[in-house]
Design a protein around this ligand. Structure first.
Ligand SMILES: O=C(O)CCC(=O)C(=O)O
Length: 259
């Protein structure tokens, strides 16, 4: 199973440029025989929250059409990071996932909005756990700040997720939190973590990438640098079962103590 992580810069408030860029990057990753291609958070607009009224993707239609077309054309799974959407007059930070036939198999609205970047002022939070099937593997997807809530990731793993996808725009000053939390989430949930952070800057923040893929034992398979690029790794899903049978934390949990 070959994973491609698209660590890209995002043009602030310029969906046209970002759509063109994503299309080219997905094409390149697909031609390099990726099975799953993963994009960063809010790649259509960046955090141009004050311009959402004009820039947000209406019902995600444009994003869904692009992901679906590319997935079907290249017969590849695409975890579409997230985009700013407008649904029934409200704004959301939404992940769409397309499978190899181009079917949109998941739509998830970020559940924990990040007050430090005023996200809660402009956007609405979703309320639903996000699991989906890709190539018969149960996967889960959450977005950026969601990472800081171990219960939320655990909720996905308890629903069967063996790979957790985490797209982000995680600012440079807290990149050590990003790396440590990702590794902890992989080890404590004995699952693969595929996490994509953007690079570049917007008017308020800088972002230095460090996208990561981490195996269920905690081994770091990808640790991206600070530049734009596509990173690739192969993952073996058997490792999830191996780790879970070596240290059976899901059998040993004492949920009666955790209430
Ligand atoms: O939790 C953090 O430090 C970063 C979160 C974030 O940037 C986001 O959710 O967009």
């Amino acid at each position: 199973m070959k994973i491609a992580v698209i660590q890209m810069d995002i043009e602030f408030g310029q969906p046209e440029k970002n759509f063109t860029k994503v299309e080219a990057a997905v094409k390149e990753a697909a031609e390099n025989k990726a099975d799953m291609i993963v994009l960063p958070e809010m790649w259509n607009t960046g955090y141009a929250l004050k311009q959402l009224e004009t820039l947000a993707d209406q019902n995600g239609e444009r994003t869904k059409a692009l992901l679906s077309t590319l997935a079907n054309q290249y017969r590849v799974n695409i975890v579409g990071g997230s985009v700013a959407t407008k649904k029934q007059g409200e704004f959301y930070n939404t992940m769409f996932v397309a499978n190899r036939t181009g079917t949109i198999v998941s739509e998830y609205d970020k559940a924990h909005l990040f007050k430090l970047m005023d996200e809660h002022v402009y956007m609405n939070a979703g309320n639903n756990v996000n699991t989906f099937e890709l190539d018969d593997i149960t996967c889960g997807g959450v977005i950026c700040y969601d990472l800081r809530f171990p219960e939320w990731i655990r909720a996905h793993v308890l629903k069967g997720a063996k790979i957790m996808f985490i797209p982000a725009q995680w600012p440079t000053p807290r990149i050590d939190h990003w790396q440590l939390l990702l590794q902890a989430r992989a080890i404590e949930n004995q699952c693969f973590i595929v996490a994509v952070n953007r690079v570049g800057s917007d008017p308020a923040n800088t972002f230095n990438g460090h996208s990561m893929v981490i195996a269920p034992w905690g081994d770091v398979l990808i640790s991206g640098h600070m530049e734009e690029g596509i990173y690739y790794t192969d993952i073996d899903l058997q490792e999830v079962d191996n780790v879970r049978s070596t240290i059976p934390i899901f059998q040993d949990r004492r949920t009666e103590l955790y209430k």
